[in-house]
Design a protein around this ligand. Structure first.
Ligand code: BMA
Length: 340
């Protein structure tokens, strides 16, 4: 096994369970999943595909909440241990850059990423169709919604937690107006979080892994390691019974993250448990956040299950990076810079 370092902060109190005896998988589930169940708060039908971070000794999250209208919106949540969550009663009170109250028509699949001293919320918003919404906060009291970074149609905006070569870097998955066509992950850079360019192709769907044949999309914010950026993502395949969403893992080049260094041909987690196989949308496993402890290399992955629940799964940087290297398959021009 190659020695791998996780680069970043220590979160000694993050959720953790050792791999169960006899389990040989690269990622294993929390034993008491789902950590957020159905009807988790008054008037809330489901919470899933949500993002968490460590904050001042405890944990904060931005949650995809669906009430009885089933129209998704975002709410903050708080937890002492990262597992037992108290969700706020009202949506996040965004304001625009002029200070006026602003409520997205819908908001789903949030990511929450700290870059330097600012926290960014990235979600799927309505901008003449599905597009990427962004907001920033420094104190989780004032949330300023910013100009949309990209044109529609686009989803799965995932910000890197660090500027690379002086620029913000964001992954996204452009598409047409339908739910599935196009299906590859791209990245764009910005010096100021307003103007985005230097667009590059990062990863293609497909390859030997049929689980990722239809489309792929970035997941949690990439994790800095000695081997490059470790990113979990979702891969989708079509079946007679509809789409199935699994989780994959990839290592992107540290300085040129549009180059794929290693990518596992295998899924690293796929719907197998009742809360993943059965819900509002069956067979969906959709990762949106991780907590990482640099000292131990532990990683806790938060994922939406069946568009109904939140699950947690664990791995270590050592296990997962070595697994990706050992099961690597180059797909298309993944290894190129992605600039034609
Ligand atoms: C995707 C997104 C996700 C959802 C998934 C499965 O296109 O809308 O929010 O989990 O479909 O329904």
């Amino acid at each position: 096994m190659k020695e791998i370092q996780l680069i970043g902060a220590n979160i000694p109190n993050m959720p953790w369970q050792d791999r169960p005896e006899g389990n040989e998988n690269p990622v294993w589930r929390h034993s008491d999943n789902p950590v957020i169940k159905r009807n988790p708060a008054k008037g809330v039908a489901r919470i899933f595909n949500s993002a968490v971070i460590a904050y001042e000794g405890s944990f904060l999250g931005v949650f995809r909440v669906e009430d009885n209208t089933t129209r998704p919106h975002l709410r903050m949540g708080h937890s002492q241990d990262g597992l037992d969550w108290k969700i706020e009663d009202a949506p996040i009170p965004f304001i625009d850059e002029q200070g006026n109250s602003y409520m997205p028509r819908y908001a789903y699949d949030p990511r929450l990423v700290k870059v330097e001293d600012t926290y960014y919320i990235i979600w799927c918003t309505d901008f003449y169709g599905a597009a990427i919404g962004v907001a920033r906060t420094q104190d989780f009291k004032t949330f300023i919604s910013l100009e949309n970074p990209f044109l529609p149609f686009n989803r799965n905006g995932v910000l890197f937690p660090k500027k690379i070569n002086g620029n913000f870097v964001m992954l996204s998955r452009p598409s047409d107006s339908g739910h599935t066509p196009f299906g590859d992950v791209f990245l764009s850079e910005s010096p100021d979080f307003v103007y985005w360019g230097k667009h590059r192709h990062v990863m293609s769907r497909g390859g030997q892994g049929w689980w990722q044949s239809t489309k792929i999309g970035g997941g949690p914010a990439p994790i800095e390691t000695s081997e490059g950026w470790l990113m979990f993502y979702h891969g989708v395949t079509g079946t007679c019974n509809g789409l199935v969403y699994s989780m994959g893992a990839v290592i992107l080049d540290k300085d040129e993250p549009s180059r794929v260094k290693y990518r596992s041909r295998n899924f690293v987690l796929t719907p197998e448990e009742w809360y993943e196989e059965r819900g509002f949308v069956n067979n969906v496993l959709f990762p949106c956040a991780t907590l990482n402890d640099a000292e131990t290399g532990r990683i806790a992955i938060y994922y939406g299950a069946a568009d109904t629940y939140v699950g947690v799964a664990y791995t270590t940087v050592q296990e997962i990076v070595n697994y990706v290297i050992d099961t690597h398959e180059e797909v298309g021009d993944d290894a190129d810079l992605g600039k034609i």
